[in-house]
Design a protein around this ligand. Structure first.
Ligand code: HEM
Length: 283
């Protein structure tokens, strides 16, 4: 049982054509196992989270009742990307599991939407948002080391509260970025294999071997995304993460949640007014 499917091209060369589709089930099972192990760990073994007490915020930096977390543009990007991603997953994999429909057209349209939204996101995050907020920093690494030591029962200082994004979210972003960019880059070339509105079809753009490798990478990124999206949705609906999910809908999180989980020195909220419920700006 191989992980790839092979064929013989007109010149007698054996070339890969795509991944073996049983990998879909491996990804689904990996996602389900993650749910079970994580949910059982949180329910029966995890101790309440503890953080080092940082310096108290100065009175001038009074935190608003609604802490802004995601701008309207960022939220629109997230939900457009989510719709495109789910459409891509279902249109790609349902036919492989026996549900037949003319999937290729829906698939490349959703692929074009995902590509456009990812390009937008790269510009938006680079020039308008705090680009570095999603990359692990030195404090994340030190705290991760301390958390591992404490997990193993060894003495270590308590970790600090999080910046805007906890380390786990930053690592997840890195994984989804790698898989997503691989799917987008290979998918853009695969558009030459089918009829689209963008450019004339040209299946002779690459050799059979190169096409095969593009299809394999597209498939691997795709099955990786099955497990990654399952895990993302699982965390989105977990009760303790719901304030974060709601912030992706409404744009803000409560002051209580912010104070409980975030370090005001690592994620600075610039309050614009001193009133409790009103505007503040995202740092
Ligand atoms: C969640 C992301 C994606 C997943 C899970 C996914 C998955 C797949 C799978 C499994 C196939 C079948 C490939 C094969 O038969 O070997 C496929 C085909 C295809 N994908 Fe994607 N894909 C994704 C994103 C994209 C994107 C972003 C684009 C375009 C930019 C795209 C364009 C295409 C095209 C044009 C085909 C048809 C190729 C053909 O029939 O020859 N895909 N995709």
């Amino acid at each position: 049982m191989g992980f790839l499917e092979w064929a013989t091209d007109p010149w007698g060369l054996t070339v890969p054509i795509h991944i073996a589709w049983f990998l879909i089930w491996i990804a689904v099972i990996a996602g389900l196992l993650f749910f079970m192990v994580h949910a059982a760990y949180v329910r029966y073994f995890a101790k309440p989270r503890q953080f080092a007490t940082g310096a108290p915020p100065s009175p001038e930096s009074a935190i608003p009742a609604r802490v802004p977390r995601h701008s309207l543009a960022a939220r629109l990007f997230h939900w457009i990307m989510a719709a495109a991603m789910l459409t891509l997953l279902f249109t790609a994999f349902l036919p492989k599991l026996g549900v037949q429909f003319p999937w290729v057209t829906y698939h490349w349209i959703a692929g074009a939407v995902l590509t456009a939204s990812v390009v937008f996101h790269i510009f938006h995050a680079s020039f308008w948002l705090d680009f570095w907020s999603i990359w692990p920093d030195r404090i994340d690494m030190t705290d991760a080391y301390h958390r591992v030591l404490r997990f193993m029962g060894r003495p270590a200082p308590l970790p600090r509260k999080f910046a805007k994004y906890p380390l786990e979210n930053k690592l997840y972003h890195g994984a989804i970025m790698a898989a997503g960019l691989a799917a987008v880059a290979t998918g853009a070339f695969m558009m030459f294999r089918v009829r689209t509105i963008f450019f004339p079809r040209n299946p002779y753009l690459f050799s059979d071997m190169t096409w095969g490798m593009i299809y394999v990478l597209h498939g691997l990124a795709g099955v990786g995304l099955i497990a990654l999206i399952m895990v993302h949705i699982y965390f989105g609906i977990r009760p303790e993460k719901q304030p974060i999910t709601k912030s992706m809908i409404f744009g803000w999180m409560s002051r209580d949640f912010y104070v409980e989980e975030h370090d005001p020195q690592r994620w600075v909220i610039n309050s614009v007014t001193s009133s409790s419920d009103s505007t503040a700006t995202e740092a």
